[in-house]
Design a protein around this ligand. Structure first.
Ligand code: ATP
Ligand code: ZN
Length: 284
């Protein structure tokens, strides 16, 4: 039995979703417009869908798992489980008002009409903030609503903000930060659950590899205790003697976000000849 995954057919999620599966070692044949295809080296069936439909297909078990934006997951309110945050297709969902409008806080929205394609996400927010506003649901081109006079404000996805500016709008409240999520049907069978775990294991290995660097450096022996303490690595660093008396080579793994700080400290401790190498897969 295959694991069935729903991914976006085309759009902002598609490329990174396919890339993630490829990096996890899954070969996807070029589908010439097919909506269903099978991986050649993993029991995985891919369903290519509109992102709006993915939460429902996963909730109904037509797909076992899916890759979809958090914004759609929250909007659709389906019974699905979030199994992993994926870190791509990042955007925010914001409230925006005409740029010349005086804005002093959320109370502005009392009694106002807000245009959006995400009525549920907006409704949750307004309720939580106890704001009574009218939600005007429209399918698209939300940002023109204030100009044509069909709403006072809008609630929509923003990434750079340039669409807002070119429509004479100003972002005034960030309601939600969204990214792509891997979601799953909550009632997967045993086999499906096993395959999902195998897939997540691979995704995790890719993620760790991308967020860590392998580093090699030469260090004077008398500084080794301090250097080793600073570089715990996976278990502990590898230390090999150099041909030159009194020096050793140290090999270890460092998280990308601590990288520059560690390099500075290592230099101060007398480390030399520091090499930094990308990691392809990392399994702890
Ligand atoms: P579909 O045809 O599948 O319905 P769509 O037009 O609804 O596609 P896209 O524009 O491809 O959707 O966006 C898909 C998802 O990408 C969004 O739901 C959101 O999670 C994320 N995203 C990231 N940045 C942006 C952005 N600037 N504008 C819109 N969506 C973005
Ligand atoms: Zn869509």
């Amino acid at each position: 039995m295959h694991l069935k995954i729903a991914i976006q057919k085309s759009g902002r999620l598609n490329e990174d979703s396919v890339a993630l599966l490829k990096k996890a070692g899954i070969s996807i044949p070029k589908s010439l417009g097919n909506l269903v295809t099978e991986a050649s080296n993993f029991p995985l069936t891919l369903l290519f869908l509109r992102d709006d439909d993915i939460p429902e297909y996963v909730a109904e078990g037509i797909a076992d798992i899916g890759i979809v934006g958090e914004n759609e997951v929250l909007e659709k309110r389906k019974a699905i489980k979030v199994v992993r945050r994926l870190g791509f297709s990042k955007c925010r969902m914001s409230l925006a008002v005409p740029k010349n409008e005086q804005y002093e806080g959320l109370a502005f929205f009392h009694g106002k009409k807000i245009a959006t394609s995400y009525p549920n996400v907006l409704d949750d927010f307004l309720k939580a903030k106890q704001i009574e506003a009218e939600i005007h649901e429209i399918g698209g081109s939300v940002e023109i609503a204030p100009t044509i006079g069909s709403a006072h404000a809008i609630f929509d996805i923003v990434s750079t903000g340039s669409t807002l500016i070119s429509n004479g709008l100003r972002e005034v409240e960030v309601v939600l930060k969204s990214e792509a999520l891997m979601v799953a049907n909550p009632y997967l069978g045993e086999r499906q659950q096993q395959l999902l775990e195998e897939l997540l294991f691979r995704v995790e290995a890719v993620h760790k590899a991308e967020t860590n660097k392998y580093i090699l450096l030469n260090a004077p022996n008398e500084k080794l205790p301090q250097i080793i303490e600073m570089l715990p690595g996976m278990k502990s660093p590898t230390v090999l003697p150099l041909a030159l008396e009194g020096w050793s080579s140290v090999h270890t793994v460092v998280p990308e976000n601590e990288f520059w700080q560690r390099i500075d400290q290592l230099k101060q401790l007398g480390a030399q000849g520091i090499l930094v190498v990308p990691i392809e897969k990392m399994i702890i």
